[in-house]
Design a protein around this ligand. Structure first.
Ligand SMILES: [Zn+2]
Length: 343
């Protein structure tokens, strides 16, 4: 596979992680990489969502320096983790210390964070966006990947019936203590016949190995006028495009507006509306089932060229910045030498 960049934060083992890791986190990260080297963790190669298997390499490490290759599909431009852990290996990973302690989720959220901190930071804005676009009463709500239920909480306070599933037992217990019906589980645990006015999928789709199947399944749980709220990070809108903060081995797909919409539409869902910068550097909106036969994702070959040129631009910016940094350091050394000579 050809490499399209050689930027050090994608390939260097010594490049610092995007945040300072504690000695315990470094030890965990190294242990995980050793396990990968020894073949103790199962990885798999799967075709892109477009069905093709033609990839170019973007990087070999994620933001914590976990060994995780990131590639781009040369046909549709979708950036993804490949090879990636098998579903069984990911289930183990999410329930392990590696995920809890390496990712920020190790900060134990308090009950008052569900009603305070998370409301002010994200959930109130999500609630306002949804409420401003849906005029019909929202009575039944489902959230997959609900964590402590902070997105459900504003609806719950208004008297709606909320149901949430998440794999983190601690957060689920905290949300339950507020009276919300939160459960440890996944979409597979949603009662088969239940239909909802609203389903929330916020920062979850990028973690899913089979997004199209999950979207189809969620669509089958919508009432005829029910809406699915989707929100994912937008690979293009972070300050550093595809920079050292974004790559993480828990993200299987990195969506842009061009690569998200066709695959959601393929699941038989239509946006009304679709919003870029929906909440900070994220994309998403409200999606409704359509009677029309789902269209296959159309030609997205231009997306690969566009992504490659963005990555190259980023590389140039990085190299030029480092040349200047080096020159500045040389200047500084020269002035110190002169100062010493004068004394
Ligand atoms: Zn593809």
């Amino acid at each position: 596979m050809k490499k399209i960049t050689s930027l050090p934060f994608y390939f260097s083992t010594t490049y610092p992680p995007y945040v300072v890791l504690s000695p315990e986190q470094v030890a965990l990260r190294n242990k995980l990489n050793d396990m990968t080297d020894r073949g103790d963790i199962a990885y798999e190669h799967v075709p892109c969502l477009c069905g093709k298997t033609s990839f170019a390499i973007i990087g070999a490490y994620d933001r914590y320096r976990i060994k995780q290759q990131t590639v781009i599909c040369t046909l549709c431009g979708l950036i993804q983790s490949m090879p990636r852990m098998t579903q069984k290996a990911y289930s183990w990973f999410y329930s392990s210390d590696f995920y809890r302690k390496l990712y920020d989720h190790n900060t134990p959220a308090r009950v008052e964070d569900i009603t305070g901190y998370y409301q002010d930071r994200y959930s109130k804005k999500r609630y306002e966006y949804i409420a401003s676009h849906i005029k019909a009463p929202i009575i039944n709500i489902l959230e997959i990947g609900c964590a402590g239920g902070w997105n459900l909480y504003p609806f719950f306070k208004k008297g709606a019936r909320v149901l949430g599933f998440d794999l983190g037992p601690d957060l689920v217990a905290k949300g339950r203590s507020l009276g919300m019906d939160l459960n440890v589980g996944t979409i597979d645990d949603v009662p088969a016949q239940e239909k909802f006015d609203l389903i929330i999928l916020a920062h979850v789709l990028e973690h899913l190995a089979n997004p199209k199947e999950i979207l189809q399944k969620l669509a089958s749980h919508l009432k005829p006028q029910g809406a699915l709220y989707i929100e994912v990070p937008n690979i293009e809108r972070y300050k550093k495009f595809l920079g050292d903060i974004q790559l993480q081995n828990a993200h299987l797909y990195y969506y842009s507006p061009t690569t998200l919409l066709p695959y959601v539409k393929e699941a038989g869902l239509e946006p009304r509306p679709f919003t870029v910068d929906i909440l900070g550097p994220n994309i998403g909106g409200l999606f409704y089932t359509t009677k029309a036969v789902p269209a296959r994702a159309t030609d997205m070959s231009h997306e690969y060229t566009r992504m490659v040129s963005l990555i190259r631009k980023n590389e140039w910016r990085y190299r030029i910045k480092h040349i200047f940094l080096k020159l500045h350091i040389l200047k500084l050394l020269a002035s110190i030498r002169n100062a010493i000579k004068r004394t």
